[in-house]
Design a protein around this ligand. Structure first.
Ligand SMILES: [Zn+2]
Length: 212
């Protein structure tokens, strides 16, 4: 099972490690900083050795990386992983913006049910099962979210269950939430949050989140 260095240090952009297994065009690694899609946060982009990673996916607690079929990596080879840091950092900032907006929705509206979330490089979205137009709440939510940013709170991350690899983030006095994503150190890193509503069909309301 791969050691997930992206949890120990989400700010690491290169890492030297060894190839674990080779299964045709897919490899596993001993250690990794290359995040694979989880909790709505998209996978990183980057390279393993000289090869671009075409796909990253969880296989239980391990991660399989798909490389071009002509890669020549073998078990035990020492390789350097490099990730696209501007992309990852944008994903981390949007991810945490979405986390804060979600907590504020839960604490200020009548518990709308979250039915989906996705964090891409340009924007994040959160979908709710909500029977009214969420638009009239967005100004207040935007204001509150940007106060959380301005207060530059410390974000703690850790394991709630190390064996099961269950992770959480916590801002003391604000929230503690289970999540296996890569999280910022402080809320001030998010930047100014803006929110838009999209109606995606019957009883479903979508909030789009952007950061400046
Ligand atoms: Zn998260």
């Amino acid at each position: 099972m791969v050691h997930k260095v992206f949890w120990d240090d989400p700010y690491l952009t290169t890492l030297q490690t060894e190839v674990g297994r080779v299964i045709g065009d897919q490899v596993t690694l001993r250690d990794t900083i290359f995040f694979a899609q989880s909790g709505g946060q998209e996978s990183d982009k980057g390279t393993i050795g000289v090869f671009p990673v075409l796909n990253a996916r969880w296989e239980g607690k391990d991660i399989r990386y798909t490389l071009p079929p002509d890669h020549d990596l073998r078990v035990g080879n020492v390789v350097t992983i490099m990730i696209d840091w501007p992309r990852r950092y944008k994903l981390m900032r949007l991810h945490f913006a979405a986390e804060i907006v979600l907590e504020l929705v839960y604490s200020t509206l009548k518990k709308p049910k979250k039915i989906g979330a996705h964090i891409a490089e340009d924007k994040a979205r959160i979908d709710f099962d909500f029977k009214e137009n969420i638009d009239k709440h967005l100004d207040k939510l935007t204001l509150m979210a940007n106060i959380v940013v301005a207060n530059n709170y410390v974000i703690e991350s850790g394991f709630s269950d190390r064996a099961a690899e269950r992770r959480y983030w916590k801002i003391p006095g604000f929230a503690q939430v289970p999540c296996g994503g890569t999280h910022l150190k402080r809320t001030g890193e998010i930047g100014e949050i803006s929110l838009n509503r999209k109606n995606v069909g019957r009883g479903k309301e979508r909030i789009e989140v952007r950061v400046a």
